[in-house]
Design a protein around this ligand. Structure first.
Ligand SMILES: Cc1ncc(COP(=O)(O)O)c(C=O)c1O
Length: 370
């Protein structure tokens, strides 16, 4: 791979590595799936409370050294993000709303008493890694280079307190189409035994602990023959919050108008960037778009009364996933006969077209990289 990257104001460049042959790269990029293979380089930047963010380094992808007493291993100060870069029809590469991910990263950092990173540094770091790894960005619709920024507390010591030292890391992973055989609706399990988040907790932060705590519910959903768990609010155990690691939407027919409705952000939901994008995109396509509370009872009755005819989940990884069957301790129901609905299908195509540069980017959501 040729070197395109020059040292920058914020990053040192260490490309001391035999580049992978293009044959080997192409082989690895066949059926990449999601999050299974990684590119050749990564970025690391250290932070110290007294000296702030240091100069970062673009260096070969590989293991990192951690003291066994590093705070992250004990008290879990760990946050992350996920966004994608897409190849455009002219071969150039653009990332999707990276500033929004930087802003959410900093909101997560604040909640976990970790340092914020300047938004420009976050975006510049991603641009540099994407430029270095430009040959790893696939081109088919639905394929992309997934960027995974993360931050961990590295200070060694067993006192329970916000650490003084942190490491920001950025890695990249070519990602295949989530539904290579066509979009397949999922079956979901409404969890009554477990909650994802409680008021005052960390539900709106993208912190590692939230995901650790969710795994047992995901396991329960699998044991019930379902693909994903649906989370309810922790206080009433009635209101729908999210589906697994995705936000959720319901499609209503109200007085002859199609309205997409998503649970309102209460502080216990992750404010998804796909969720926000779809609320705006839906309006631009002539649909109504609303944020409000929706209970499980309303979900079932609106379907029975024909007021609702679709439900789908959304997130960076899978874009839009229709929900075909809902199961809970109290019964089971089908949505749209278990098939993908027309609104989910239209929104999914509109978003993918926009991300791949096949539709005009009127909202300036795409960020040109190289
Ligand atoms: C719990 C949770 N909810 C929702 C989302 C969707 O967020 P986004 O659309 O920003 O990927 C994610 C993924 O980041 C998530 O982990």
């Amino acid at each position: 791979m040729s070197q395109l990257i020059a040292p920058t104001a914020s990053l040192d460049i260490q490309l001391a590595k035999e580049p992978l042959s293009s044959e080997e790269r192409i082989k690895r990029m066949q059926n990449p799936g999601f999050g299974k293979i990684f590119t050749e380089y990564m970025v690391v930047i250290s932070y110290n409370e007294e000296t702030g963010w240091g100069r970062g380094t673009l260096k070969p992808y590989g293991p990192i050294m951690l003291d066994p007493a590093a705070s992250v291993l004990h008290y879990g100060q760990a946050i992350f993000e996920g966004f994608k870069a897409y190849r455009q029809p002219d071969g150039h590469i653009k990332s999707f709303r990276p500033e929004a991910n930087a802003t959410r990263f900093n909101a997560s950092a604040r909640r976990l008493a970790m340092p914020e990173i300047p938004v420009e540094l976050f975006v510049e770091t991603a641009d540099i890694l994407i430029r270095q790894e430009r040959d790893w960005v696939p081109s088919a619709i639905g394929e992309s280079l997934y960027l995974r920024p993360l931050m961990i507390a590295t200070e060694a010591g067993l006192g329970v307190k916000p650490a003084h030292d942190y490491l920001f890391i950025l890695i990249a992973s070519p990602s295949g189409a989530y539904f290579p055989q066509g979009v397949k609706p999922v079956t979901v399990w409404i969890s009554e035994n477990y909650v994802r988040a409680a008021p005052g907790g960390t539900g709106s932060a993208k912190c590692a602990g939230n995901y650790a705590a969710s795994l047992i519910a995901q396991k329960e959903a699998k044991a019930e023959g379902c693909d994903q768990v649906v989370w309810l609010d922790s206080t009433h155990r009635r209101f729908i919050e999210e589906m697994g690691g995705m936000n959720i939407f319901f499609v209503y027919q109200e007085q002859g108008k199609t309205v997409v409705v998503t649970p309102i952000l209460t502080g216990t939901l992750l404010p998804g960037i796909t969720r926000l994008t779809l609320l705006e995109l839906a309006k631009s396509m002539g649909f109504g778009a609303e944020e409000r509370r929706i209970s499980v009872d309303e979900w079932q009755s609106a379907l029975q009364e024909g007021r609702m005819n679709e439900a789908f989940a959304c997130g960076t990884a899978a874009v839009i996933t229709p929900i075909g069957t809902v199961k809970s301790n109290h019964g089971e129901w089908l949505i749209n006969h278990g098939n993908p609905g027309p609104v989910a299908t239209q929104l999914r195509k509109a978003l993918l077209d926009l991300q791949h540069g096949l539709a005009p980017d009127t909202q300036h959501w795409l960020h040109a990289v190289c």
